[in-house]
Ligand binder design. Structure first.
Ligand code: GLN
Length: 613
């Protein structure tokens, strides 16, 4: 099959798109930047991305999920800002730890050079040394392949965290002011994402904050080519004209990004405003075939389908950081991808695990009973990864409920460990069974610290990143969901593991470890016999779930929660033809598409659920 027919020889110049933010942060700059990438990708352009976080931490590894949301983990074990997850999901790429730049990383790099004497006795300064280091880093990382095919990307999208004017961001802004001349104007494009408020008093869209922010940016030497206006409602042409006039951009380069029904709609919204053609022209990418391709049609279909979902499925997420949904962002995304694949709207209930513990009754009955009511009302239960003892007993109780009542259950990392502890206590009757993370003195340590990670130091001591898990048997629903493959490669982030000494005992009582590490020592996948779906994985499958390729363990949970798992498996994991194929190249003909569909790939297949079981 000719898969790259439309791709003409590429101009060897890397193209850069810088995305900055104005007025306030948290208005969806990451989603917009990723959507621009999706749009370009639909033209056959290879896209990579760099996220800049101007904080001084070296990486996100030591962040509290309360403050920053989830720590995202990459194939190479990099612990990075959760925004990198957006890029990976939207663009279906695999990024590297260097794709996340922090002030800490840049200074560490420059200081190391200074200590080595590389600056030959010169005074080391923000300009030019820090700004040079930033530019060199960006140029180097932009060229690293991210598609798994070892091909160099064509376009690099750089998202500068925070907003224009932040003190921390200044060296980066100055670096990009210089960078536009270094790489030449035709290879550089600047997007400013700004807020257009609509105060209720007048109901009018207000452009002043955007004007001020663009003025500030221009004062720093960067002039936006495109202004993306974030607003609740669409802005009209007179507002566009005003922004155009005061911000020195043509009106057609003022783009409206109002609130939409789902993030799947954003790339479509941008394409519909002619942005694809703009980039092709502006960045001289004319050797790429113009016109939106099949990939964009898929996103459009996804967005339409999301809006039309009628049936609902309720999943309880029993966790510790439930006040901040961002703390579990990849888990929530993975649940959403799978819910959409089974044509159900996800009704997610976040349950604070500690509220399920009887001690909670000391604070009055309300929280305890509400939590239990939510748990027993759920069609499926998920216990995600986590650290620290708070709430573990509640998680263990949730596992017991799911096991005994045969409610579909997925345990991720700590969720697997809790399921193992519960089984040891209530089935194997080892009442004090525990993880040594939480009770080192237990006489039944069913979860123990991995020997080589027992360094006693926090930070950088975990088993991190992509590792192989080999299936040990055909008798596994998860293996069938993974389309019968011999092994899977998923991302890890843990320090503790199931104690191999207890494995035979567990297995003889029906708790099977059907996936193990390559040396056979680490228990990676657990399944319970005699249960519709009770699965635990030591890895974090949510990190590589994609809207068009949902993660298999999550898909299994959703299928089982809708009562469709058995029929899905008996039909050979094959259903709807139109989506969730191995991503086709955009010139793939319909015949080739259906051939792809026949051959399948080791990804979750689409599920259009018709016949009930
Ligand atoms: N705290 C557990 C461990 O270190 C689980 C980690 C996790 O869930 N990511 O093994």
């Amino acid at each position: 099959m000719c898969i790259l027919a439309y791709r003409l020889p590429v101009d060897d110049k890397m193209k850069y798109i810088l995305v900055t933010g104005g007025v306030i942060s948290g208005i969806g700059k990451g989603v917009i930047a990723s959507s621009v990438g999706t749009l370009l990708k639909s033209y056959g352009i290879r896209v990579t991305s760099i996220k800049i976080d101007p904080y001084i931490n070296i990486d996100a590894g030591t962040f509290s999920p309360y403050e920053h949301g989830e720590v995202f983990v990459l194939d190479d074990g990099g612990e990075v800002d959760l925004d990198l997850g957006n890029y990976e999901r939207f663009l279906d790429i695999k990024l590297h730890r260097d794709n996340n730049i922090t002030t800490g990383k840049i200074y560490q790099h420059v200081i190391n050079k200074e200590r080595r004497g590389d600056y030959l006795g010169k005074t080391v300064q923000v300009v030019p040394h820090i700004t040079d280091a930033i530019q060199e880093w960006v140029e180097r990382v932009a060229n690293i392949p991210v598609n798994g095919d070892q091909q160099r990307p064509d376009v690099c999208i750089i998202e500068l965290g925070g907003t224009i004017g932040d003190i921390e961001g200044m060296p980066f802004v100055e670096a990009f002011r210089q960078f536009q001349f270094r790489v030449k104007k035709e290879n550089f494009c600047c997007i400013h994402v700004s807020l257009i408020p609509q105060p209720r008093t007048t109901g009018e869209h207000k452009t002043k904050p955007t004007q001020a922010s663009v003025r500030e940016m221009r004062g720093l030497g960067l002039s936006p080519d495109l202004i993306f206006c974030r607003s609740v409602n669409p802005i009209n042409n007179s507002v566009k004209d005003k922004i155009s006039l005061f911000c020195h951009v043509p009106p057609e380069q003022v783009i409206c990004v109002h609130d939409v029904s789902s993030i799947y709609r954003v790339p479509v919204l941008l394409e519909d405003q002619g942005l694809g053609h703009f980039f092709i022209k502006q960045l001289q990418l004319t050797h790429f075939s113009p016109g939106p391709k099949k990939l964009m049609a898929r996103w459009r279909e996804l967005a339409n389908r999301y809006e039309r979902l009628i049936d609902e499925v309720t999943i309880a997420l029993v966790g510790k950081y439930t006040e901040l949904e961002d703390a579990y962002i990849s888990v929530v995304k993975a649940l959403k991808h799978s819910a959409l694949a089974v044509n159900h709207r996800l009704n997610l209930t976040l349950i604070e695990a500690a509220d399920l513990e009887p001690e909670r009754l000391n604070d009055g009955p309300s929280k305890y009973h509400t939590a239990w009511h939510q748990l027993v009302s759920a069609q499926g239960i998920l216990v995600p990864g986590g650290f620290g003892i708070r709430g573990t007993e509640g998680k263990i109780l949730a596992c017991q409920w799911a096991r005994e009542k045969k409610i579909p259950y997925l345990g991720v990392c700590l969720g697997l460990q809790c399921a193992v502890i519960e089984f040891a206590r209530n089935v194997l009757k080892k009442k004090d069974a525990h993880s040594t993370e939480f009770r080192p003195e237990t006489t039944n340590p069913v979860v123990i610290e991995m020997p080589e990670h027992n360094t006693g130091v926090m930070g950088g001591t975990m088993r991190l990143g992509k590792r192989k898990t080999l299936f040990t048997t055909q008798e596994s629903s998860l293996r069938k969901l993974y389309l019968g493959v011999d092994y899977v490669e998923e991302r890890h982030r843990h320090r503790y593991e199931v104690n191999p000494k207890f494995v035979d005992l567990f297995e003889s009582h029906g708790m099977k470890f059907v996936g193990r590490s390559e040396d056979g020592e680490r228990m990676e996948i657990m399944e319970l016999s005699d249960h519709p779906y009770f699965v635990g994985v030591q890895y974090h499958p949510e990190y590589i779930s994609r809207p068009l390729k949902p993660s298999c363990p999550y898909l299994g949970l959703l299928l089982a929660s809708c009562g469709k798992l058995t029929s899905y498996l008996s039909r050979g994991c094959r259903l709807s033809p139109q989506m969730y194929l191995e991503e086709p190249q955009d010139d793939t003909s319909d015949e080739e598409l259906s051939a792809l569909d026949q051959n399948g790939a080791a990804i979750a297949k689409p599920v259009l659920l018709d016949a009930p079981e």
